[in-house]
Design a protein around this ligand. Structure first.
Ligand SMILES: Nc1ncnc2c1ncn2[C@@H]1O[C@H](COP(=O)(O)OP(=O)(O)OP(=O)(O)O)[C@@H](O)[C@H]1O
Ligand SMILES: [Mg+2]
Length: 300
């Protein structure tokens, strides 16, 4: 029976340190079913949290449940009901795509016949049928990611954890993977993913939480996070159309009059434009810095 009531993950005052270096310092988070994106800069502790939630690493203090089960006491039960695709591809390079899938299916206890048929199904679904009998060492980065994802779906999980699923992929592969993640969610798989890409969180997630300085500094839908920046951004451009400054505003006539009056005095030659805030603006506002690549390379 699948777990459908209440939050799929509940964390209260979770702490984790490596030696005397604190990484998570009292992290609290409730995750509802659907797609949840954990957004954070390099070194924020995203992989650490994924490792804790998938029982690969113990936490120090605090309470944590996954699918309503206590992480501290029900690790084995949790492991049977979740799946994880790590930050770095883990496929066996010497084996073909098909062999990778069959091997993992056999390890999970499927009969030889069931393993073959499940492998075929997943190879088709992840566009790997044509490359199925080539060694994984000849696969592109995008193909490896897809194979990794296929491996983690041999046994349908109730929560799929994805640690930076599209980092390093080109635009085409990223969009294809996004589509596959959406389809999974539409078929009822809960997804908890980490990303450094604001655009990715915006494109996929029902809800976003922002991890920084050891805890969750904000959470909400992309729209809600953008709203926290204020109604709009006042953009100042020079003669050549180059942006020289951006000022958050609530968008009211009073605020705009005040800001444009100040600009008219200080920098009368500049052109003023109003634009909706992006998730980048929200992230910058919430964390005080843009960590890692603020947008995907092709969007930059
Ligand atoms: N096994 C470890 N031993 C000691 N320190 C570690 C270990 N793993 C991670 N750290 C440190 O903990 C902090 C968080 O690392 P983590 O890998 O969880 O961050 P991340 O958000 O996943 O970063 P990235 O975006 O680069 O993947 C970093 O400062 C890192 O150097
Ligand atoms: Mg990481």
């Amino acid at each position: 029976m699948s777990y459908t009531d209440g939050p799929i993950i509940q964390l209260t005052d979770l702490t984790k340190r490596y030696g005397d270096r604190p990484v998570l310092t009292g992290l609290s988070l409730t995750v509802a079913p659907g797609i949840h994106a954990l957004l954070g800069p390099n070194g924020a502790g995203k992989t650490t949290l994924i490792d804790i939630l998938t029982t690969l690493r113990p936490h120090d203090d605090g309470a944590a449940t996954v699918l309503g089960l206590d992480l501290a006491t029900s690790g084995a039960d949790i492991r049977r009901r979740i799946s994880v695709t790590g930050q770095f591809a883990t496929v066996d390079e010497v084996l073909t795509g098909r062999e990778n899938l069959i091997m993992m299916a056999r390890l999970l206890g499927l009969s030889s016949r069931a393993a073959r048929s499940r492998a075929d199904e997943l190879l088709d679904r992840f566009d790997l049928a044509a490359a199925a009998d080539r060694r994984a060492s000849t696969y592109s980065g995008g193909m490896r990611r897809r194979l990794d994802l296929a491996v983690s779906l041999i046994w349908p999980p109730e929560i799929l954890f994805l640690d930076e699923p599209t980092t390093g992929l080109d635009a085409h592969s990223r969009l294809a993977l996004w589509q596959q993640i959406r389809e999974l969610a539409e078929h009822g798989t809960n997804v908890f993913l980490t990303t450094q890409y604001l655009e990715e969180a915006d494109a996929l997630a029902d809800e976003i939480s922002v991890l920084d300085h050891g805890g969750i500094v904000a959470r909400g839908s992309a729209a809600e996070l953008k709203e926290r920046v204020g109604g709009a951004m006042l953009t100042l451009l020079d003669d050549d159309g180059v942006v020289v400054d951006e000022i958050p505003t609530d968008g009211s006539a009073r605020d705009l009059a005040r800001l444009t009056a100040a600009v008219a005095v200080d920098r009368p030659g500049l052109v003023v434009e109003l634009r909706r805030p992006t998730l980048d603006d929200a992230f910058l506002q919430l964390t005080g810095h843009i960590g890692g690549p603020a947008t995907t390379p092709e969007a930059a």
